[in-house]
Design a protein around this ligand. Structure first.
Ligand code: B12
Ligand code: SF4
Length: 491
């Protein structure tokens, strides 16, 4: 069967700082190809909608699968699904991915027949089985599958993460993938899931709080296939188990694989497992993302981060001692006034780290969705991208955006402005000479992307598809069964 897998367009944040390969879709592609299908992959972070239409005409897929990791992409995917059915009425259209898994019935309702099924949870094992059962009543008996006629049992977790390595050969124009100066950059996965339970995050609810590892051999084998000199590790929290990090590292050393790496971890994990990060620094680790989220005790408690401000500061010190370049994230709360924004600006200017600011956003699948969604000021999926305010702001909304953009500008100027550019000029030149201009271009995109007018007017757009708020929002602590995609296994 001819199968086309599609990743939707980038969101605001990705327009500047990064553009990364759709790793989940590449893994699903491997599983589908292994079942004997002819698979193509189109990434709309790089290609345009007209390229999609061209692909439909040229390839004439019998099934199209959309990746819906991001809630903000829902309207785009619904529109593309409709266009697909208009052009190829017999084509089977399905969707999967992180956000899609939490709102399957809602997607099917909006789509009015343009989406045949939503696949909840991990896609590798189930996607080939879906293709075997197209337009068949067996379809809605499969684990994780939801159609307009019914839903199968809860999805099952893959027992072996090594089995379907990403089909990187299917992503075209790979030189477009980058993060900051790691240009070009591939992505890889060493572990899946997160054992913590932060209230604003759905990584743990998606994977039922499980935490699984690839074997060191498979991880090294995968990196051996990567042609790019740089690698972004998509793991939610890298090196929770240091022995796994050492084992992969030793395997890479044995094979003589040398890359530059970017990873994300928690502050307490860095403090506790400092040595494994020091070891990876020697292997090529350069950049690290730490989700600080809040500067004060109260904020950390609110997000249930289970770390203290001291641990956060200690982690920053360790990262500096190790010589790593660190990016941190702070969550801007809707009740922030001018003073709170000013505190963040002042703090950011006193630390060497790259500071990012995201806006607190309740997402389906998070606890805050169930506790906060009663207060939502917008049901427009497109605004759920952690750069727009969808809860009532203490400042008038426009004023909130003025402060947000002003703060983003200060943070941006610190690292991507003309003064900072002098420091990175050599890197930028070296990349440009190799024809890699993603990083260079990102330096000038800021004003076009982060702009009060644009953010404010995004709220005035007509809403074709309105999100469905939860049935009984506002409970102080939701039941666990309401939260999970992959239901936790009792041990
Ligand atoms: C890596 C990552 C990124 C990369 C994205 C790379 C890419 N192009 O996909 C970068 C750094 C660019 C990124 C950016 C953002 N991210 Co992000 N990201 C992640 C992260 C940590 C891992 C995703 C991943 O690659 N996992 C590994 C692969 C193998 O799994 P997967 O993609 O989920 O795919 C599996 C299943 O979902 C499913 N599947 C996926 N697609 C499909 C399609 C079909 C047809 C089927 C059947 C199955 C299927 O099968 C796959 C294999 O099992 C997740 C958290 C998480 N644990 O999922 C957050 C996460 C998805 N990101 C999130 C957010 C908020 C963002 C940003 C908006 C803001 C930000 N500051 O992070 C931006 C916007 C990105 C954009 N669209 O432009 C949120 C999603 C919120 C939401 N509900 O919409 C998450 C859940 C983080 C969180 N804890 O809240 N992100
Ligand atoms: S924010 Fe990080 S540590 Fe917290 S649950 Fe999500 S992935 Fe885990």
């Amino acid at each position: 069967m001819r199968v086309l897998l599609v990743h939707p367009s980038p969101l605001m944040y990705s327009e500047i700082y990064l553009r990364l390969e759709p790793l989940g879709l590449e893994r699903v592609a491997t599983a589908i190809a292994a079942a004997g299908h002819d698979v193509r992959l189109l990434d709309l972070q790089i290609f345009r909608h007209r390229d999609y239409v061209h692909e439909l005409d040229a390839f004439r897929p019998e099934a199209v699968g959309f990746s819906l990791n991001y809630l903000a992409n829902v309207p785009e995917v619904l529109d593309l699904a409709r266009e697909t059915k208009r052009r190829l009425p017999r084509c089977f259209v399905f969707a999967g991915g992180h956000s899609g898994s939490f709102i399957a019935p809602e997607i099917l309702e909006h789509a009015r027949g343009a989406v045949d099924c939503v696949v909840r949870g991990e896609g590798e094992a189930i996607a080939p089985r879906v293709l075997e059962a197209l337009f068949d009543p067996r379809l809605e008996t499969l684990p994780g599958v939801v159609t307009r006629h019914g839903a199968g049992p809860a999805p099952t977790l893959a027992d072996d993460l090594d089995r379907f390595p990403p089909a990187r050969h299917l992503t075209r124009r790979r030189r477009k993938y980058f993060i900051g100066v790691l240009d070009p950059c591939a992505s890889a996965e060493f572990t899946r899931g997160c054992p913590w339970d932060c209230s604003f995050c759905s990584a743990w609810t998606f994977y039922g709080r499980s935490y699984r590892k690839t074997s060191p051999e498979a991880a090294a084998e995968d990196l051996a296939r990567v042609e790019e000199p740089n690698v972004f590790l998509v793991d939610d929290v890298a090196f929770v188990q240091p022995e796994h990090g050492y084992a992969i590292g030793r395997e890479l050393e044995r094979r003589g694989i040398r890359k530059e790496y970017y990873l994300e971890t928690r502050c307490d994990v860095l403090v506790k497992n400092r040595e494994v990060f020091a070891y990876w620094k020697r292997l090529g680790l350069h950049y690290m993302f730490l989700g600080l989220e809040a500067l004060d005790e109260e904020g950390l408690r609110l997000h249930r981060k289970r770390v203290t401000p001291n641990e956060n500061l200690r982690a920053l010190e360790i990262a500096r001692e190790l010589g790593l370049t660190v990016a941190v994230n702070i969550i801007a709360e809707p009740d922030w006034d001018e003073r709170r924004f000013a505190i963040v600006r002042e703090w950011a200017l006193t630390v060497p780290e790259i500071v990012h600011l995201t806006v607190a956003t309740p997402y389906p699948g998070t606890e805050t969705w169930l506790t906060e969604s009663r207060r939502l000021t917008s049901l427009d999926y497109r605004l759920f991208d952690v750069q727009h305010a969808v809860l009532p702001t203490r400042l008038p909304l426009r004023r909130f955006y003025e402060e947000l953009v002003r703060t983003q500008e200060v943070l941006n100027r610190k690292h991507l402005g003309v003064a900072a550019l002098r420091d990175v000029a050599a890197i930028a030149l070296r990349l440009a000479l190799r024809g890699q201009t993603n990083f260079l271009r990102s330096l000038w995109k800021f004003r076009r992307v982060y702009n009060v007018e644009r953010q404010w007017s995004d709220h005035q757009q007509p809403v074709t598809y309105a999100m469905r708020p939860p049935a009984a929002p506002g409970s102080p602590r939701p039941r666990q069964s309401e939260l999970f995609v992959h239901v936790p296994v009792r041990r």
